[in-house]
Design a protein around this ligand. Structure first.
Ligand SMILES: NC(=O)c1ccc[n+]([C@@H]2O[C@H](COP(=O)([O-])OP(=O)(O)OC[C@H]3O[C@@H](n4cnc5c(N)ncnc54)[C@H](OP(=O)(O)O)[C@@H]3O)[C@@H](O)[C@H]2O)c1
Length: 270
């Protein structure tokens, strides 16, 4: 990628997207210009970030430079979007803005950034280890170069799925909120091991290996989840006893509702 890129908001997710590109030298540090809101983040990035990128504080004169970049990644929290005001002296009228904001529609982005073609992306934190999932909804009149640039941002660290915009909220709920739900499940099962007398660290390791092994088995043997469940559930045995408790406590329903709730919350951000 030879283009200059401006990053508005350089927090957890922006770092997870951009750091692997810098690590693999797919983009050069001097081509990356980012803006953050606080003095603390500014100093932190300058002192501790491993790549020597350009970083500015929002509202500073230097930060206005970012509006000259043709390619932008918007990665502030949705509730801070109101504070981002498009530069008033943009020379090029065919800029690209890639937004990773939960729930904020292409229509809203296009109204807020009239000198930009807008693309809405949902990605997830496993991009940090090259195992991410990225959903993309394209706005109108995106050029081939702009499409290529957007895909280049994500394809080295994630599987990419093209969607119409209406599916992005549920994609976000499953894939972007999902890691926190899985972390909670790992934590809870480990606490079960702890309750049975296993040390915490061993218990957590066993749970994670068990989950990885289960996923490999399902994938490699092409099993359905019901087939796997039947495989390990014998009449009157331990597993059916465990599953009975989960059904009694409505865990299945709680998980379904958690995803629907995340989807609804994402819609509220628009
Ligand atoms: N976390 C996830 O797993 C995840 C996954 C997919 C998508 N997302 C989306 O990614 C976005 C960012 O999430 P995050 O977890 O990376 O948040 P974050 O770590 O809080 O980062 C937000 C960044 O925005 C900066 N910022 C705030 N106001 C600004 C302003 N007026 N001008 C310029 N920069 C400003 C913050 O600077 P300061 O640090 O100085 O305040 C910070 O660098 C959200 O919209 C979220 O919906 C998150």
């Amino acid at each position: 990628m030879t283009e200059e890129i401006a990053i508005i908001g350089f927090g957890n997710i922006a770092k997870a997207i951009v750091t692997p590109l810098l690590d693999k030298k797919l983009i050069q540090p001097d081509k990356v210009h980012c803006v953050v809101n606080s003095e603390k983040s500014l100093e932190n990035i300058k002192k501790n970030y491993k790549h020597n990128i350009e970083v500015y504080k929002s509202g500073s004169i230097d930060s206005k430079k970012i509006w000259d970049c043709q390619f932008k990644l918007l990665s502030v929290k949705p509730q801070h979007l109101q504070n981002i005001i498009e530069g008033d002296n943009i020379k090029n009228k065919d800029n690209l803005l890639v937004s990773i904001l939960a729930g904020v529609s292409i229509n809203k982005l296009t109204q807020k950034f009239p000198n930009h073609k807008c693309v809405r992306v949902v990605t997830n934190i496993p991009i940090t280890v090259g195992k991410g999932l990225t959903g993309i909804a394209w706005g109108e009149k995106i050029s081939k170069d702009q499409e290529k640039f957007t895909k280049n941002l994500f394809e080295s660290t994630s599987k990419i799925y093209d969607f119409t915009e209406d599916y992005l909220d549920i994609f976000l709920a499953l894939t972007s909120s999902g890691p926190a739900i899985i972390a909670l499940i790992i934590e809870s099962l480990s606490d079960g091991g702890l309750s049975g007398g296993l040390p915490k660290i061993l218990s957590e390791e066993l749970v994670m290996e068990m989950i990885l092994g289960t996923i490999s088995l399902i994938k490699e043997k092409k099993l359905t989840t019901s087939e796997l469940k039947n495989l390990v559930t014998s009449p009157g045995g331990t597993t059916i006893s465990a599953l009975r408790v989960l059904e009694k406590k409505s865990v299945r329903s709680a998980l379904i509702e958690s995803i629907v709730s995340a989807r609804n919350r994402s819609k509220e951000f628009n």
